[in-house]
Design a binder for this molecule. Structure first.
Ligand code: BGP
Length: 473
């Protein structure tokens, strides 16, 4: 455990390495707004909202979001105020290249140049992600990630970004949570294109990996000065219900699908043998091309972002699955609710701080201690206005949540894990996919009527933590 010093009951100092990245993360579609301004093309989100607004919480879409497109200067000022030395957002592919391929939108080039310059001028390192679930509509029309032409379009888009902004952006990411478009869009039917098909989901996942390898190859060829390229993965430690071999096997399969499917090719340059065998056994292998294997082997990431929210707790299936042919990963195992688990009751997610430590240790032991950082972690809260007092959201629960995770991250660092930073999800209460503004995550609260920004208590706390490069507790 990480209690106070047991003998003396004194506070313990948690000091982080020099130049630790303190900051937060967001994305273009969740912050920018201005979804039809200055020549932006449509992404699948703009389109889906126009077509089926009832799918979105309270009928709110991404069209205005936090209005970062117009207010980024104010936001960068606040980032600086709370001690950020780094901030992650993404480039909107459909803003930069409205049709997904071809003509570049010069207004978008100006916007991203200005925004990046503003961050740098304020001492905030821009971490730029190329893709956060926002496929340009025109490319979705030809099949999205299922189509190899879209793989090439992505590589072209990535190249354009490296060429345009590579002189000032040093830290790049190919994707945020690339498993999500595959599973949410093609397996569980909760993101556009709203399809439920295991085999197609696997093809989507596979093609994004191929696209990543090709983009990394281009990145290296361009020799972006001092540049690093990585990927941001949502990882969850998977804990079996018991040591019973059936439970352990169930957890292993869940881990293959949800962690190792992207982690292994990205960091080790190859897919896990066990996963390939499993897919083969059930006739789920994707279409591949001869040169893919070599490409993936030769183009691994330099850096890994870990998004961690909660663990997966898994047990063996109690009954033979029906139909008797896999329709989704959960065909192989069941989730279970561990008795006594701690919950974030405001979002319905488990809180298990040690999970981040287990992940980081695993990266050290099994993934060559790759340079990594916690790229998302955070606490969503519904109806957060109920904690408003004296004009400030008193989010002590969020401070406790962050602190709890930081302690375990600190321990991992002390034990040799190569962890470079911590980014909260998120800077400001932003728009979130179909959940819109249901769950608030920010250091800064957003007034949906005026788009005014106000620091929460956690923002004041974070300011001290980043200034002191740690905290006492
Ligand atoms: C992460 C995504 C973010 C964000 C967050 C919160 O997995 O990377 O984009 O949406 O989840 O999700 P929600 O608003 O559904 O609670």
């Amino acid at each position: 455990t990480l209690a106070r010093d047991e003998k003396t009951n004194k506070k313990v100092k948690y000091e982080f390495p020099k130049d630790f990245w303190w900051g937060s993360a967001s994305s273009a579609p969740q912050m920018e707004g201005a979804s039809r301004e200055d020549g932006k093309g449509m992404s699948i989100w703009d389109y889906w909202y126009e077509k089926e607004p009832e799918r979105f919480f309270n009928g709110i879409g991404p069209d205005i979001a936090t209005d970062f497109y117009h207010r980024y200067k104010e936001d960068v000022r606040m980032m600086k105020e709370i001690g950020h030395n780094s901030f992650r957002t993404s480039i909107s592919w459909s803003r930069l290249i409205p049709n997904g391929v071809g003509k570049i939108n010069s207004k978008a080039v100006d916007f991203y140049n200005d925004m990046i310059d503003e961050l740098i001028a304020n001492g905030i390192e821009p971490f730029i992600n190329l893709f956060h679930f926002d496929m340009p509509l025109e490319l979705q029309k030809i099949g999205g990630w299922e189509n190899r032409e879209v793989v090439d379009a992505y590589v072209e888009y990535a190249k354009t970004c490296f060429e345009l902004f590579g002189d000032k952006v040093k830290i790049w990411f190919t994707y945020n949570e690339p498993i999500v478009p595959a599973e949410a869009g093609y397996l569980y039917g909760v993101h556009y294109p709203n399809i439920v098909d295991f085999k197609r989901a696997i093809q989507v996942a596979y093609n994004t990996i191929v696209a990543q390898a090709k983009a990394i190859k281009v990145f290296k060829e361009l020799q972006i000065k001092n540049g690093k390229i990585g990927v941001i993965l949502n990882l969850s430690p998977v804990y079996p219900r018991s040591n019973h071999p059936a439970d352990v096997k169930a957890a292993k399969i869940a881990d293959l699908f949800f962690n190792r499917s992207f982690l292994d090719p990205s960091v080790k340059g190859k897919f896990p043998r066990e996963l390939v065998d499993l897919l083969r056994e059930y006739n789920l292998l994707p279409y591949t091309e001869e040169e893919d294997k070599e490409l993936i082997r030769d183009n691994k990431v330099d850096i890994l972002g870990v998004n961690y929210y909660q663990p997966k707790r898994v047990k063996a299936k109690e009954h033979l699955p029906n139909p008797y042919s896999p329709i989704m990963p959960e065909w192989f195992f069941d989730y279970y609710e561990m008795p006594g688990r701690r919950m974030n009751i405001y979002r319905g997610w488990e809180i298990y701080e040690k999970g981040i430590y287990d992940l980081l240790k695993r990266l050290k032991d099994e993934y060559g201690n790759i340079t990594c950082f916690v790229s998302e972690n955070g606490m969503g809260v519904q109806d957060e206005e109920r904690f408003l007092q004296n004009g400030i959201i008193q989010d002590d629960y969020r401070i406790e949540f962050i602190k709890g995770h930081l302690k375990w991250i600190h321990k991992a660092i002390m034990e040799g894990c190569n962890v470079k930073g911590y980014h909260l999800w998120t800077f400001i209460d932003n728009w979130s996919w179909t959940n819109a503004y249901k769950n608030r995550y920010g250091f800064i609260s957003l007034d949906l009527k005026t788009r005014n920004r106000t620091m929460k208590k956690s923002a004041y706390w974070m300011k001290e933590v980043s200034k002191n490069n740690g905290f006492n507790d």
